[in-house]
Ligand binder design. Structure first.
Ligand SMILES: Cc1ncc(COP(=O)(O)O)c(C=O)c1O
Length: 361
């Protein structure tokens, strides 16, 4: 059993009370009052016009492509330095991913994106805000507008992160947040899609098997998906949203402790000017093989992870076009995600840093 996990669930204490309430109402189904409360709390927090609770952020990304009418023959530009779930919905739709590398911010490079927009004319761009930090989404939005591409923000990891005081996930046509087990907040698996009211209602329809409303029998003019979240999971989400600010503050505190202990030994992921990240995971580059550190930490029952392996290095993606300087190859070669659970105390961070210090000699 691990002593320290990477980013385990951290309950607020209210979850069981709300689950009990859900049980008493017998809404043990993908309908019920907690779903609306969860959607409203996220929409209010990020200042989005509307929100839809889903079984995952991946489902949310898939729905956005469906809503935008993206299908076979279409191209979609996507962050290269990300988790596969940013890209796989493009494949679900039979469209073609165009990979865009990152710059020294570790986020999508706007210059590389501009080249991809000029040469490939993608219909949409899926921008990931990685590790809880904001990408240069203001510049990327301008580029998307200029070249007539829709911007979809994969803010799965960056709930609460802002640029110029505006929440990540709300710059583009749509944004998604993940409530997977290791995220800033969790519903034990789930996602929220945000965007304008009408398309969000269309997404709700598609997420519930595209059953035509106001008909007594099951009438279908198109096909949909079973992508809704349960009322029980939403009850957990409502309780989690009550501590969102506290959790962000603690993640940032943990990052500061790592900085204090490792200032001369590691190069941490930057926060771009005028942005505020949630520091979901503290991530850093080291001048030694990160797998050596990972294994030493594992021996001490401490979980860490390599940084995302860039999409262009994945066998699945070997035939996709790539734009950029391949900066992310160096990040993958040198980087590690360090334990960042919000129940951690300074002594825990000190213990992790002590093991890392030993590895660095
Ligand atoms: C960048 C990124 N995009 C998408 C996802 C998918 O989220 P979910 O697990 O809720 O589908 C994740 C995390 O799992 C992620 O880290």
């Amino acid at each position: 059993m691990m002593r320290l996990f990477l980013s385990p669930p951290h309950m607020s204490g209210k979850e069981l009370e709300y689950i009990q309430e859900a049980f008493e109402s017998n809404y043990i189904a993908p309908v019920g009052p907690f779903l609306e409360r969860f959607e409203k709390s996220v929409a209010k927090f990020v200042q989005a016009p509307a929100a839809l609770a889903l079984c995952s952020a991946t489902a949310g990304l898939h729905l956005t492509l469906r809503l935008l009418g993206i299908g076979p023959g279409d191209k979609v530009a996507v962050s290269d330095f990300t988790f596969i779930a940013s890209l796989s919905p493009i494949l679900y739709q039979g469209a073609t991913p165009i990979l865009v590398g990152c710059d020294q911010s570790w986020q999508m490079d706007p210059m590389a994106l501009e080249e991809a927009l000029q040469k490939e004319r993608p219909k949409a761009v899926i921008l990931t805000h990685i590790y809880g930090q904001s990408a240069d989404v203001a510049t990327i939005k301008e580029l998307c507008d200029h070249y007539g591409a829709q911007l979809i923000e994969d803010a799965a990891e960056s709930l609460g992160a802002t640029l110029n005081g505006k929440y990540t996930g709300t710059f583009g046509t749509f944004g998604v947040y993940s409530f997977n087990g290791n995220k800033l907040l969790t519903t034990g698996g789930g996602g929220i899609l945000v965007g304008p009211k009408e398309p969000i209602e269309r997404a709700r329809f598609l997420a519930t098997q595209a059953r035509e409303p106001d008909v007594e029998w099951y009438e279908h003019k198109t096909y949909g998906y079973n992508y809704r979240l349960s009322n029980i999971a939403a009850a957990i989400g409502v309780a989690q949203m009550e501590v969102v600010q506290e959790r962000i503050a603690k993640k940032r505190q943990i990052f500061e402790w790592y900085q204090e202990f490792l200032s001369d030994k590691a190069h941490f992921m930057p926060e771009i000017p005028r942005s505020f990240g949630n520091r979901w995971l503290t991530t850093a580059l080291f001048n030694t093989d990160p797998l050596h550190i990972l294994r030493e930490l594992k021996n001490e029952r401490i979980e860490s992870r390599p940084l995302w392996k860039p999409m262009h290095m994945q066998p699945l993606c070997k035939d996709f076009s790539y734009y950029g300087q391949k900066e992310e190859e160096e990040f993958f070669a040198k980087g590690l995600c360090l334990p960042s659970g919000t129940a951690m105390e300074k002594e825990d961070v000190a213990m992790v840093c002590e093991v890392i210090g030993r590895c660095l000699g």
